[in-house]
Design a protein around this ligand. Structure first.
Ligand code: ADP
Ligand code: ZN
Ligand code: ZN
Length: 760
């Protein structure tokens, strides 16, 4: 039924919507998805008033639910319910004149099924807040009613009011808006009656017609491409009218963005839309300015700074086809498109594309599904592709496009490993690093120090008895902060005042162990009193614009030192930075999580990519306790691309993703025994079912989560793994149903994560 509402119809100024009404039986039941974690639909009877388009999937409705009224979406029409009719309640009202966009509805259904999540919850989160709250669409579309048919006088001889209405419509050959009809004192039912007799018809009219691109699309000319860029673009041009997934593997600064811009240009020239996804950190005014200054057509952005009405506006601009270029972070994947032409995912490996609660979707993976559905090209770019995407590219499922040169001529700097063992450090920095900082500053250039810990020091310890400041709610140490002075847990956000003396032995000899950004900043300030030190982390940039201010100042090019967490590592163009120092590279080397190495190698390569982006060559110093580690050595010597191919081989041998498919059941409870008992029961039931059905999925665990106690709750994991997706999904689906039906399971909190990105 949803087919009658094609995305095409939405994009055109005028379109005829086939009538659904005649086919609607009297005993119709509407299956409605509601914002509830329950993975089921709810049956309702139609409201007294039928919406102008008839009942269709995709219509928002307000319905009674328990003692409340909630906003839901009709997703199916049926002619019977498992419940007796007398128990069914009626829809209070339809909120829309026409269903929400079909492509959006399709994507939500796909995501709910794929991630085994409640459809109602998925729809709820995938629509702009204003629609969720039941506000009307801004009303850019209007229903126009027209008189039709012959011999109206005769047919309507015994319905004088309808005859009057028909006469009114005849006076308006271009159609009369529904609102005007009611203003003349007629009821909607009278219009519907006329329509039924074939004497009236309705048309959707879009008030603001899409602006067709005319003349030159570009505000500033495209750059002449180098050979590799030109090859990549030519490959993309080969197939602009079909599903065409491509991985653009290009070193940092190799001009990937220029390729995106020229693909968008080609797509816009055909009057089609491009949806561009960027990582959370990537949607800076800098990035936006780059897109906006290139095109004459409007570039709309979905970012956290928008008000709810603005967000709805962008949504409608995309759904109507008015916006040709839409840029946004993760959730922008749920933007409806009237005229989809291409999807671009920048930094496709970035962790921010995965949502870590509720609907645990991966925007890049949904982009693949969406591009397939729309039959359009999908361009995923990265200097450090995820092993998943790289595997698809190497095995030929995706086209593999490569950029190995930087237009600036300087190849990306090699990592120089320096040994942290047996050497004195100041603020986490080795003498060799301090010397390099000094000489860089003396040549008038900038330095970036990357340190993955905010705060002053990761641990506060008693030198007399060995006591350490632990979080009372988590299996974790408290971080010492100096600005302002306090102890904070970075896992649960609890805070405590700094103790004056050791709570165990009373000694006053409490010492800060290790370094965070605050301590390194303090040390550098002492070492280089005349130099500006900018600290950039979540604590220093709480004010919305402060980060932008600092970035602007850095762009001016005065010599300075930037001390920052991964906020600084990605995406930013820092043309005056020629030295990068990584304070500790060891985080991911020997971690329990099999993806930790991949993620940490990506981060190191991205940080290193900040050096020497413009006219000056760069240097990257990497401090490590494991200078002989083979993975680190390969990264330093041959770069991420080589290490990634090696890691893929290791994953193949140990049968880990992307060579198998995983789903993670997380169970948590304030009571350790309750969580454990439930996890054991679930794993046992699943194993039994797998044995009986022969579904080829392995069930591992339960095991405690890497941090078992977090915020005073105990966390356990059961892992499902299969060589084929087709074997994993039935197992997960069965497990979810089993858990939903299990009364005991209601006493704990549980969630399913398909394709989990971390084991935390
Ligand atoms: P990436 O997206 O791969 O990090 P960018 O597209 O940001 O790389 O390009 C890095 C720099 O090189 C930018 O300043 C960009 O303007 C410049 N650049 C890209 N392509 C070209 C080209 N074909 N000719 C000249 N300069 C280019
Ligand atoms: Zn003590
Ligand atoms: Zn804590």
């Amino acid at each position: 039924m949803a087919d009658s509402f094609s995305s095409q119809a939405y994009s055109q100024g005028q379109s005829q919507r086939p009538s659904q009404r005649s086919s609607q039986a009297l005993d119709q039941v509407l299956k409605v998805a509601l914002p509830s974690p329950l993975r089921r639909l709810f049956d309702y009877l139609p409201s007294r008033e039928t919406p102008p388009c008839g009942w269709q999937p995709g219509l928002r409705v307000r319905v009674p639910f328990g003692r409340r009224e909630v906003v839901g979406v009709v997703v199916e029409l049926a002619d019977h319910s498992d419940l007796p009719r007398s128990q069914l309640r009626s829809i209070s009202e339809a909120l829309d004149d026409a269903p929400l966009p079909e492509d959006w509805l399709w994507l939500c259904r796909f995501a709910a099924r794929y991630y085994q999540h409640s459809l109602g919850d998925t729809l709820h989160h995938a629509m702009p807040a204003r629609l969720r709250q039941g506000h009307p669409m801004a009303g850019r579309t209007q229903t126009l009613w027209l008189a039709q048919g012959e011999g109206a006088e005769e047919i309507l001889s015994r319905a004088p009011k309808q005859a009057e209405l028909h006469a009114l419509l005849r006076q308006h050959p271009h159609g009369l808006p529904g609102r005007a009809v009611s203003a003349h004192g007629f009821a909607r039912d009278q219009l519907l009656a006329l329509e039924k007799k074939g004497l009236a018809s309705s048309q959707e009219h879009i008030l603001t017609a899409p602006t067709p691109p005319s003349g030159n699309l570009l505000a500033t000319p495209a750059l002449p491409l180098n050979r590799e860029q030109a090859t990549a673009l030519a490959t993309l041009h080969e197939k602009l009218d079909g599903y065409h997934p491509c991985l653009l593997e290009g070193v940092t600064g190799s001009g990937k963005t220029e390729v995106y811009l020229q693909l968008i240009e080609a797509v816009a020239a055909k009057g089609k839309q491009s949806l561009v996804l960027v990582p959370e950190i990537g949607l800076t005014p800098q990035t936006l300015a780059r897109f906006r200054s290139r095109f004459r057509v409007p570039v709309v952005a979905l970012h956290s700074g928008l008000t709810d009405p603005e967000r709805l506006d962008v949504w409608e601009a995309a759904a109507s086809g008015r916006a040709l270029i839409i840029i946004g972070t993760r959730s922008a994947i749920f933007t409806p498109l009237a005229n989809p032409g291409a999807i671009i995912v920048d930094e496709e490996h970035d962790g921010s594309y995965k949502q870590h609660d509720g609907l645990r979707y991966h925007a890049r993976d949904l982009a693949v599904a969406r591009a397939h559905y729309h039959k359009i090209p999908l361009l995923m770019g990265s200097a450090t592709p995820s092993l998943e995407s790289l595997h698809q590219a190497l095995s030929g499922t995706y086209r593999h496009l490569r950029l190995t040169q930087r237009p600036s001529q300087h190849p990306p700097a090699k990592l120089e490993l320096i040994d942290l063992r047996h050497q004195r450090r100041q603020g986490g920095l080795l003498p060799g690093a301090i010397k390099a900082i000094k000489s860089t500053l003396s040549t008038g250039k900038q330095v970036l120090i990357f340190i993955n810990r905010r705060g002053f020091a990761p641990t506060l310890a008693c030198h007399a008895c060995g006591w350490m400041a632990d979080c009372h709610q988590c299996d974790a140490r408290m971080t010492l902060h100096r600005q302002p002075p306090l102890l904070a847990c970075h896992h649960c956000d609890s805070r405590r005042a700094l103790p004056d003396a050791c709570p165990e032995c009373g000694s006053g000899d409490l010492r800060a162990l290790g370094s965070g950004t605050e301590r390194t900043e303090e040390t550098l300030q002492t070492l280089f009193p005349k130099t500006t030190i900018h600290r950039i982390d979540r604590d220093s940039t709480r004010r919305r614009d402060s980060f932008e201010q600092v970035l602007k100042e850095i762009q001016r090019g005065e010599p300075c030192v930037l001390v920052g967490t991964q906020m600084l590592a990605k995406g930013h163009h820092l043309p005056h930075v020629t030295l990068v120092v990584v304070v500790n590279a060891d985080g991911g080397l020997y971690a329990a999580d099999f993806r930790a190495l991949e993620h940490s190698a990506q981060l190191l390569e991205q940080v290193a990519g900040r050096a020497g982006r413009a006219a000056h060559p760069g240097r990257v110093l990497v401090q490590t306790l494991h200078p002989d580690d083979p993975h680190l050595g390969q990264l330093a010597e041959h770069g991420y691309g080589a290490l990634a191919r090696n890691m893929l081989e290791e994953r193949r041998i140990s049968q880990l993703p992307p060579f198998c498919f995983m789903a993670l059941l997380r169970i948590e409870s304030p009571k350790e025994e309750a969580a454990l008992a439930m996890a054991q029961q679930a794993a046992q039931a699943l194993r039994q079912w797998l044995k009986e059905t022969g579904v080829a999925t392995r069930c591992l665990g339960p095991v405690p989560a890497p941090m078992e106690r977090r915020q005073n709750r105990y966390h356990l994991h059961v892992m499902l793994a299969a060589d084929k997706r087709s074997q994993l999904h039935p197992a997960v689906s069965w497990l979810v149903q089993w858990l939903e039906a299990n009364r005991e399971a209601r006493k704990v909190r549980w969630s399913i994560d398909i394709d989990p990105q971390t084991l935390a």
